[in-house]
Design a protein around this ligand. Structure first.
Ligand code: NFE
Ligand code: MG
Length: 504
């Protein structure tokens, strides 16, 4: 008889995810990931003015609002037939890049690293750093209280399952605290271009509204150099150290070898050149993206709408009584293929395309540092490591984009809104491929469908019975303790899931 372990809620992710795994002899043989809330943003948009779309869709999430704004304005650019000027592309790239950077740093340090580094190492800290001494006192009081906090898995029951090296642990703990400050610097950097955070103000169809001064551009340069220094001296080395301490996590979390990237960070006006190119990998073979292949299946999802529709035809009608449904996520597929999206997909597609010089250098460097092959990156550690590499590549490129800004230049092209139109905005969010598909009738939104990164990764089964990417990745994971299934949670967290986005 399989043992059933339910982890509900999964902490240190965004939104509400319940994961149920079946284990036989301590190894996962099946997994079910359930998104636990309905939000209804696609329904909220019906009948509204389209210029509300980039504001309303940002409220899908407080972590990746910028990317929803970008997706929406890209859909509107296409519907209105408008192309932003170069300054507008730069401002959009910089706002979006800043959001990736803060998201990746938060994901590693605040959400994931404490699954791997030994926070109790701080008890041996003897220096005078006030923040570290504060943390030391807190850890001491937690341990003596004997509270078993799900958010703080550093209690004695997990002894022996963390990095053993005291210097590495203390360094990572120091960086955990620095990461809080760098995250806020990245958000400040974002707000320089996007007006405010979260839920930015300046991104509009046709480009962006800021007219930057030379002083603002100079300030942005100072900030991005500080952020780049943190990525180079803390984030990337800490991920490599964690990878070195947990080699088995290059074998846990293997998902389908299918990867989807819409491509992101336009380097020219028509979007044909991107920092991370688009592409589809099916069982290792790379082909060009054909967005008409995108479908959303609803066989096991709580919706009564027609299943298997392209987002230009899809609808979102909730049905809480549907037999056999178990998730509020739809199940996006490429054709009928289950795809992984996210940093791993972007880095692998870019590496195979060979168009990004930094990736051409950094991927072989990563493999040499960790003693791994490209195939091993399809794993828990591969997801963490490619996320860190892409964070470095994006931050380094920001330096060039800031230097290309022209003080006082307009970032905006004018447009008129047609009565009837359609447009799609395909971009990438920190967690993967993000698309908005919009239709207008009588100048108002008559259909709006979002297909979101975590909807791809954490989707439930489809009508063919195929589990989603995260569900497949959990299979094969050894679980040492039924009451503390930390190994399964590490697999889930490697996807950086955001269920708020996924159910939208
Ligand atoms: Ni709520 Fe989001 C990102 C988007 S994930 S965080 O990144 O779109 O599904
Ligand atoms: Mg949707």
């Amino acid at each position: 008889m399989p043992q059933i372990i339910t982890i509900d809620p999964i902490t240190r992710i965004e939104g509400h995810l319940s994961v149920k795994v079946e284990t036989t002899n301590g190894v996962v043989t099946a997994a079910y990931a359930a998104g636990e809330s309905f939000r209804g943003f696609e329904a909220i948009l019906m009948g509204r003015h389209p210029l509300d779309a980039q504001q309303i869709t940002q409220r899908i999430c407080g972590v990746c609002p910028v990317e929803h704004a970008i997706s929406s304005v890209l859909a509107q650019d296409q519907a209105y037939g408008v192309t932003p000027p170069t300054q507008g592309l730069l401002v959009r790239n910089l706002a979006q890049a800043a959001n990736f950077i803060q998201s990746h740093i938060v994901h590693f340090y605040t959400l994931s690293a404490i699954d791997f580094i030994d926070i109790t190492a701080v008890l041996q800290y003897q220096g005078r750093d006030a923040a570290l001494n504060y943390l030391k006192a807190w850890v001491q009081s937690e341990i003596s209280s004997n509270n078993y906090y799900p958010a703080a898995p550093f209690l004695p029951r997990f002894d022996g399952d963390y990095l053993a090296d005291l210097a590495l642990n203390l360094g990572a703990i120091r960086n955990y605290l620095r990461a809080l400050e760098i995250r806020s610097e990245a958000s400040k950097f974002c707000a320089m271009f996007a007006g405010k955070l979260p839920h930015v103000a300046s991104l509009v169809p046709g480009g962006a509204t800021p007219r930057l001064t030379a002083r603002q551009i100079q300030d942005a340069l100072v900030l991005i150099r500080k952020i780049r220094d943190f990525i180079d001296t803390a984030y990337v080395p800490d991920v490599i150290a964690v990878a070195g301490g947990f080699p088995q996590y290059f074998t846990y979390g293997r998902g389908p070898a299918n990867y989807l990237s819409y491509g992101v960070f336009n380097e020219n006006g028509d979007g044909t050149s991107k920092l991370f190119p688009s592409g589809v990998m099916l069982n290792g073979t790379l082909s060009n993206l054909d967005q008409s292949q995108i479908r959303e299946y609803l066989g096991r999802s709580w919706f009564s709408s027609a299943s298997g529709m392209h987002p230009y035809q899809g609808e979102t009608t909730p049905d809480t009584t549907k037999p056999d449904a178990y998730s509020w996520l739809k199940a996006p597929r490429y054709g009928t293929n289950v795809m992984q999206v996210g940093p791993l997909a972007r880095v692998l597609v870019s590496y195979l395309r060979g168009t990004n010089a930094a990736i051409n250098t950094l991927v072989p460097w990563l493999l040499a540092q960790t003693g791994r092959t490209v195939a091993d990156l399809n794993s828990v550690m591969g997801r963490h490591a490619t996320r860190a590499l892409e964070c470095k590549i994006i931050a380094d490129r920001c330096d060039d984009w800031v230097n290309a800004l022209v003080p006082g230049a307009t970032a905006f092209s004018t447009f008129t809104i047609p009565s009837s139109a359609a447009g799609m905005g395909l971009t990438e969010a920190a967690r993967g491929a993000l698309g908005h598909w919009m239709q207008l009738t009588g100048g108002l939104v008559s259909r709006y469908q979002c297909v979101v990164p975590t909807t791809w990764n954490a989707s439930p089964r489809d009508e063919l019975g195929q589990p989603g990417a995260m569900e497949q990745s959990l299979v094969g994971t050894p679980i040492a303790s039924d009451t503390s299934p930390i190994e399964a949670v590490r697999v889930v967290r490697s996807f950086d899931p955001c269920l708020s986005c996924a159910v939208h």
